[in-house]
Design a protein around this ligand. Structure first.
Ligand code: HEC
Length: 195
């Protein structure tokens, strides 16, 4: 660029360093974006003004929670009848589904044979929260969150919940090795029809 050739600052071994300022349009973008980013940061990130990221996030969260809650209200968890749950304990397909779900979801806390680990032994005749199939359904569906038992009623399908109760019932008296010590009150398991 001929117009700058008189502005040589240094010359070393034939290499010339010119004082070429950046073009005005590039500097305008640079300063423009710097000023814009300061305003953007103050307005959005630091949450001054209406419609900030924080306010939008809160509004969307409230919307989602409300939608989920109204879906839950419209679709309450309906426990199957005891006859259905006990019938499942005599049905190999139901038991296989229950076992598969138990292995994936429950074994980590209750042991692979339900012998008890972090959670109680589910094969003995002692129950902290009651051993009838209805009570076991409630324990699984609603959980005992304060005691470390998560609620599964909304995480699993209704047929999976029912299959788990039938499977747990079928394990009664199975005496797996290394059981956790009995906890709770004795309950005489209800009869499984046809077994
Ligand atoms: C994160 C660990 C954890 C997982 C996973 C878990 N449980 Fe539990 N469960 C517990 C604990 C801890 C208790 C004991 C709660 C108490 O002491 O009140 C319990 C209690 C129970 C009870 C009541 C036992 C009684 O004596 O009354 C049943 C039934 C049960 N769990 C079934 C299940 C099933 C079925 C699953 C899988 C869907 C499952 N749990 C997954 C930790 C777990």
């Amino acid at each position: 660029m001929a117009q700058y050739e008189d502005k040589v600052l240094h010359e070393l071994d034939g290499i010339k360093e010119y004082d070429n300022p950046m073009p005005g349009w590039l500097m305008a973008i640079w300063w423009g974006s710097l000023i814009f980013s300061a305003g953007y940061l103050i307005f959005y990130a630091l949450s001054f003004g209406e419609g900030t990221m924080d306010a939008e996030y809160r509004a969307e969260t409230v919307q989602t929670v409300t939608a989920v809650q109204s879906h839950f209200d419209a679709n309450p968890i309906v426990p199957p009848s005891p006859a259905e749950l006990l019938g499942g304990a005599a049905n190999d397909a139901v038991l296989a589904a229950g076992e598969s779900r138990f292995t994936r979801t429950c074994a980590a806390c209750h042991g692979d044979k339900a012998q008890g680990l972090i959670g109680p032994n589910l094969t003995d005749d002692r129950w902290i929260h009651g051993g009838s199939v209805e009570q076991v359904f409630q324990s699984i569906a609603k959980g005992w969150p304060a005691k470390g038992m998560p609620p599964w009623g909304r995480a699993l399908r209704p047929d999976e919940l029912a299959a788990l109760v039938s499977y747990v019932r079928s394990l009664q008296g199975s005496t797996p090795p290394n059981p956790r010590a009995p906890e709770g009150d004795p309950f005489v398991a209800e009869a499984i029809p046809g077994r």
